[in-house]
Each structure stands twice: as C-alpha cells, then as structure tokens.
Design a protein around this ligand. Structure first.
Ligand code: SF4
Length: 335
C-alpha cells in the first residue's frame, strides 16, 4: 500500500460532508462524527468532469483501487482507528466509477458489519444503485446546487447527466432496503437562501433523510480560485432554517416571510416567526415556541410545567417569555 497516496485521497474527500459536525483528524487521517470514526476517502481523484470549484477537475489526480481501499480500511479497523467507512469517487465514466465504489464496499462488507456509507454517482445504472443500497447503511447523492442554471454553469458535464433520474432511483432503493439517504448542496455559488430552503423542503417531502450544506471555498488552480469563500455564518443560518423545516414542519413559504431579498436574517428565525405570529394576534402552537424542541413539547403535552421541566435539568429561559402563564418574563432577553 502506498500510504501517502491513500492519505492524500482521504484528505481530498473533505469536500464530501458526512455530518455538519464532522471534523478531520489530520494525524490519524480519520473523520470524526459523533461516535463514528470514519475512513472517508475517494477511490480516485482523477476526474474527467469539469466542475469549476473542484480540486479534482483541475489538479493532478491520484488513483487507487477498491482492493487498496479495502485493505487500508481493514488495516485501520484492526488497529481501532476507524469504525466506519464513507466511500466516494471522482468520475471517469459514471458506471465505471460506481463499480469501483461497489467493489470496495463489497470487499469491506465481507469482513465488517459496521457503518458503511456509499456515494451514488450521478448517471450510474439502476442495478448499481440497488446494490449500493443493499450494502450500505447510508447512500448519498450530491445535488450541488438548488438551481439548475447555476449547476449548468459550474458543472457542465455533471448537469448533462440525468440527476433527477438518479435521485429518484436512489430514493426508491433507500426506501426498499430501509437505508438512509442524504444529499449535499454547496452554499456560495450565487444561489439565494430562498432557493436553498425551497429545495430542502422538496427533498424532505420526497423522503431524503438529511440535506447537508457545505460552504464554498476557493481552491487554488481552479477557475473559481479568486472567488470569495462563503461565510460560516451563512451555513449556521441555513442549518437553523433547515431544522425548522425538517424537525418542526415549518414551510419554506413561512420562512421566506422573514427573509430579506431572499436571504435569512441574522436573528434566530424561530423567535422572529413567533413574534410575527403574536403581533398578528395568533396563538403559538407548542412546537412554534422558541426554545421548545421535540422533547420539551412532548413533556408539556404530558402535562409537565416549565418548573418541572427545569427540574429535569433543561433550560426554560427562552420559552418562559412566550408562555403567558409564566412569571419569569423579566428573565428573558432576545439576543
Ligand atoms: S464530478 Fe465534479 S465535483 Fe465530482 S470529483 Fe469530478 S470535478 Fe469534482
């Protein structure tokens, strides 16, 4: 095994998000996400596509093989460095690239029953998608942009593949085999927050488990190397809006009412939406009250008071301002 080449492929997989809180440990070459320690890697970084932001399209590529990747996984797993794998690939030809992901996944699966995440390559075959869904715990397909016209501009080769067909087949296979399906969108390529939230809402209604957002970062020697990086604050705003849609059932249309020129405000959107509703004379549903998550809503439904919830060790400062029966209004400060 040529370890330096393989670790380069591991570091180049950083553009694939496995979780918003995933961090890379450069000393162990491992991505950590909660209890998972992942070998997250590309099988090859030598790509024949032309995505304007991507390192792999414009820089020297590295190639490994499914066998090398599975041996690296086994090596790291035996030493307790990893307890899961996330395999992706650059694209030479969609079916050939997907074949490599499946072969590496099969080799790993022969000896390992833990977490396996396989990337679906746009334009691969129905049978390949089915096989990936059989093998993996999670499959994902990056849709890259919420706008077809932006995708067409920045990934001309990719935009010609039938994304919606691959998405449909991948969702169908993930449901059939009971596996989770996620996707990733890049923020900072000219799209608005309204575009992002609307697409996320549509994807969740189709059965996508999570939409992840990655901030555009200019990469040296690519056509977009001089473009401004996307700010981290924007990702925070997008993840907050995403949670309101995914967890609390707010609609993209409701969220667009607090946007300015298509962009989310800096303030907590749940507080803004609650204040708006109160000002219009409306009553807040329990789940619409700022500070109330699913757990606290369940406890309130069971008849727990805020004082009792507080005794369970949970903060109730925010929600007490919105529950008229509470005496702690003076404690509340909107920040
Ligand atoms: S398809 Fe595009 S994003 Fe994916 S590796 Fe190739 S150039 Fe990069």
């Amino acid at each position: 095994m040529e370890l330096s080449k393989l670790f380069r492929l591991v570091s180049l997989s950083a553009y694939d998000v496995c979780h918003e809180k995933c961090v890379f440990d450069p000393f162990r070459h491992v991505y950590r996400s909660g209890k998972l320690r992942l070998l997250k890697t590309l099988i090859s970084s030598s790509c024949s596509y032309d995505c304007l932001y991507c390192h792999n399209a414009w820089n020297r590529g590295y190639k490994s093989s499914p066998e090398e990747i599975s041996r690296l996984f086994q090596y790291m797993n035996e030493r307790g460095l990893v307890n899961g794998a996330f395999l992706s690939n650059s694209i030479s030809d969609p079916e050939r690239s997907m074949d490599e992901i499946i072969e590496a996944g099969e080799r790993i699966r022969n000896e390992f029953i833990g977490y396996l995440h396989l990337k679906i390559i746009p334009g691969c075959s129905r049978d390949q998608i089915k096989r990936a869904a059989e093998l993996a715990d999670r499959i994902s397909l990056n849709i890259e942009s919420p706008s077809y016209s932006i995708l067409n501009e920045i990934c001309t080769a990719k935009s010609r593949t039938d994304f919606s067909r691959t998405l449909r087949l991948a969702l169908k296979a993930s449901k059939k085999y009971g596996k989770s399906f996620t996707t990733q969108i890049i923020a900072g390529l000219g799209e608005s927050d309204r575009d992002m939230v609307s697409v996320a809402e549509r994807l969740y209604s189709m059965g996508v488990k999570r939409v992840y957002y990655s901030a555009f970062r200019p990469v040296k020697n690519t056509p977009l190397e001089k473009m401004e990086p996307e700010k981290r604050r924007r990702l925070i705003r997008l993840y907050r809006a995403d949670a309101l849609v995914r967890v609390y059932g707010f609609s993209a249309k409701t969220l667009s009412e607090i946007m300015k020129s298509g962009f989310l405000p800096e303030e907590d959107p749940k507080i803004l939406l609650a204040l708006r509703k109160i000002e219009a004379g409306g009553e807040l549903e329990t789940i619409e009250i700022p500070g109330i998550g699913m757990k606290k809503a369940e406890l309130l439904k069971k008849g727990y008071s805020l004082a009792e919830i507080k005794k369970l060790g949970m903060s109730v400062k925010r929600e007490s301002a919105f529950l008229r029966s509470q005496k702690r209004l003076a404690d509340f400060v909107i920040c």
